[in-house]
Design a protein around this ligand. Structure first.
Ligand code: ATP
Length: 302
């Protein structure tokens, strides 16, 4: 049984399509990164899967239950770190956690939860006096109440200090070890890269990539750009490169050739440019990063 299933979900606001026919399945025990630039539709998707808003069409199942037909069951088994939150006036961090425990009918020890998010020394201060990162860690402690089967983290790294980023990563790993599923949304690839098993990239309301981190790395690593500076660029060199398998583009910049090619073709490129007795003066390679891949998926046709 999947932890999260979206079946052909669309959401239209007057004049705006926020989500378009989105289908997605997240397995139990998986840490899933939900990536996309601002306005891609991440929060809308999360609001639909948490049953905060109704989709225009399509349906959502969480842990095998339709969220519209079983809202209470779903709520009990899901922990959320929301994108937007406010703390209660005059209530300490500890009181916030105790409130969450009561609301969920759980029996967690508030001190344990506050220690997990490294707020033990500030636990009895009013939460209104916390920094943004501390408030976010407090919300995370509240999301962990009741050992949820699914933890939904909406943009969890915004506003976090380095300690907060470490706490977040540790907790995601601990939750995965416990067997929980984590659905982690972010517009920052680096933050999902460190913890996620699989990522989906959302752009303008549609999923444009869905792969394991390793799969994405392979896709990125499969091609690179070589810049080869020669003593002179001859027609013979260009003909040789044109004829090579795995070369996708060649640009001439003065005495340099900028060659886009598959990684496996790099050695042949270096051999080919030596035709006509040319001498190689310099070679540099430019490997695209996962960040480049994210940008390419979200700004142009991949
Ligand atoms: N209540 C609303 N009324 C009208 N349009 C909305 C509403 N909520 C979201 N939208 C639009 O839907 C689209 C998706 O917004 P959404 O907030 O889901 O994106 P996001 O990926 O979460 O962005 P961000 O990273 O900035 O939070 C945007 O074009 C947004 O303007």
């Amino acid at each position: 049984m999947a932890a999260v299933e979206l079946h052909n979900v669309s959401k239209r606001y007057s004049g705006t399509t926020a989500i378009s026919d989105l289908s997605l399945s997240v397995e139990r025990g998986e840490v899933f990164g939900f990536l996309g630039p601002n306005g891609a539709g991440k929060s809308t998707t999360i609001d639909i899967l948490l049953n905060y808003i109704r989709p225009t069409s399509g349906s959502v199942e969480i842990l095998g239950k339709d969220v519209r037909r079983n809202p209470v069951v779903v709520k009990k088994r899901v922990g959320v770190l929301p994108d937007q939150y406010a703390v209660f006036e005059r209530m300490s961090g500890r009181k916030h956690v105790e409130f969450a425990i009561r609301s969920k009918g759980a029996d967690d020890d508030p001190t344990d939860l506050l220690e997990r998010v490294r707020l033990e020394s500030a636990a009895d201060r009013p939460a209104t006096s916390y920094s943004k990162g501390m408030k976010q860690r407090l919300m995370l402690a509240m999301g962990l109440v009741g050992s949820p089967d699914l933890l939904v983290l909406d943009e969890p790294s915004t506003g976090l200090d380095p300690l907060g980023v470490r706490v977040m990563r540790t907790i995601v790993r601990e939750e995965r070890e416990r067997g929980a599923t984590v659905f982690f949304s972010s517009h920052i690839l680096e933050q999902v890269e460190a913890v996620c098993d699989r990522v989906g990239i959302l752009n303008e309301g549609s999923l444009v990539a869905l792969d394991s981190m390793d799969g994405l790395r392979e896709a990125v690593g499969a091609s690179s750009q070589l810049t080869v500076t020669l003593d002179r660029v001859t027609d013979g060199v260009l003909d040789e490169l044109d004829a090579l398998d795995g070369v996708t583009a060649v640009d001439v910049e003065g005495e340099s050739l900028v060659v886009a090619c598959e990684n496996t073709a790099k050695a042949s490129v270096i051999d080919a440019v030596r035709v006509d007795g040319n001498t190689v003066q310099n070679i540099t390679t430019d490997e695209p990063s996962l960040e480049d891949l994210f940008v390419s998926y979200t700004t142009e046709e991949p």
